[in-house]
Ligand binder design. Structure first.
Ligand code: UDP
Ligand code: MG
Length: 325
């Protein structure tokens, strides 16, 4: 038997939760009809909701053995919810999806087909349109992906989402990333493994409202930049270097004016030159500190040095399982 854990972070989702439960049940039935070796668990994370979300979850858990939930003491954010879900999931495969049906459950059978033979470790969706979203928001999102992919080694795919169907192996790799400031889009990509993207058009929420404000998203994107790039720490060093260069140019001008032209009043130029040199030196030294800080920052995260995808043991097990059937 194979267990699929479906993790659903919920924050004030009383309106849409019954709809979600209905939809997901249909899909679970459909998948069980197609594959007789599948069982499911639904793991809801109540992220400190202030509405009746928890009451609904309790009711569902009483009626349905497959339903589990974890209720947070306060709102910790979706990233924390996803981490709690992954950590507490027991499945051979793990799905992470939103409660608001913007991640259509109907995709699950297709996603499972990609990961079940071990060809892919992860199946996920990629939005190709941003319909239903304001123009400014889309423009900022695009700008973010552009900047991010310039300054970070980790590729962040535009339109990629937190709707993922993953193997246990990939989930364990994600759990090995112990960092506190979690930016999932980066983490999913950092751990590597083979990911299959399924493209689809944006779907709007049937009920409830998005909990993301424009500033919330803006802060979250800065989080992404700081978590997956140390480029901002290089800015001081570069600016310092440029300022020192300007000081040297001014020095040359000073010498030419003093010796060749024999200008009488050079006080302003001398002061400017010294000012540029000293402030450039300070900026440059701050930049040097930044270099050590960026190294320390990466050490403190204690990210794994490598992640294995396959060895002979895993391969034999997979082949063995294949021949049993
Ligand atoms: N969510 C959460 N904690 C939060 C905010 C959101 O668990 O602090 C959940 C929310 O219930 C939903 C998912 O994360 O299942 C995505 O949230 P939302 O629909 O508000 O985001 P959007 O789709 O607009 O990006
Ligand atoms: Mg949503």
């Amino acid at each position: 038997m194979k267990l699929i854990s479906i993790i659903v972070p919920c924050y004030n989702e009383e309106e849409v939760l019954p709809l979600f439960y209905e939809e997901i049940q249909k899909v679970m039935e459909q998948m069980r009809a197609e594959h007789d070796d599948l069982t499911f668990e639904l793991l809801f994370i109540d992220d400190g909701s202030r509405d009746k979300t928890l009451v609904l979850l309790r009711e569902m858990a009483l009626k349905d053995q497959r339903v589990r939930y974890i209720s947070f003491s306060r709102n910790f954010g979706k990233e924390a919810g996803m981490y709690a879900g992954l950590e507490n999931s027991r499945g051979d495969y793990v799905v992470v999806m939103d409660a608001d049906l913007q991640h259509p459950p109907a995709f699950l059978p297709k996603m499972y087909n990609y990961v079940k033979d071990g060809e892919y470790d992860c199946a996920t969706t990629r939005r190709v349109s941003r319909e239903g979203e304001s123009k400014i928001r889309s423009a900022f999102a695009r700008l973010f992906y552009k900047i991010m992919n310039k300054i970070s080694q980790t590729e962040i795919v535009d339109g990629a989402q937190d709707f993922r169907f993953m193997s246990r192996q990939m989930v364990n790799a994600i759990l090995d990333m112990h960092e506190y400031n979690r930016f999932s889009k980066g983490i999913f990509s950092w751990v590597g493994f083979k990911t299959r993207y399924i493209e689809y058009e944006n779907v709007e929420r049937p009920a409830g409202t998005s909990s993301w404000s424009f500033w919330g998203l803006f802060r979250y994107s800065l989080e992404g930049i700081f978590a997956f790039s140390t480029a901002p720490l290089d800015i001081a060093a570069v600016l310092g270097f440029i300022t020192i260069m300007i000081a040297f140019v001014l020095l040359v001008v000073f010498i030419v004016k003093a010796v060749v032209v024999q200008d009488a009043d050079l006080r302003f130029l001398a002061a400017l030159c010294i000012f540029c040199f000293l402030s450039g030196l300070q900026l440059f030294c701050t930049g040097l500190l930044g270099q050590y800080l960026s190294k320390t920052y990466l050490e403190v995260k204690r990210r794994p040095i490598y992640l294995m995808r396959e060895n002979e043991e895993i391969y034999r097990e997979r082949m063995g399982e294949g021949s049993e059937k």
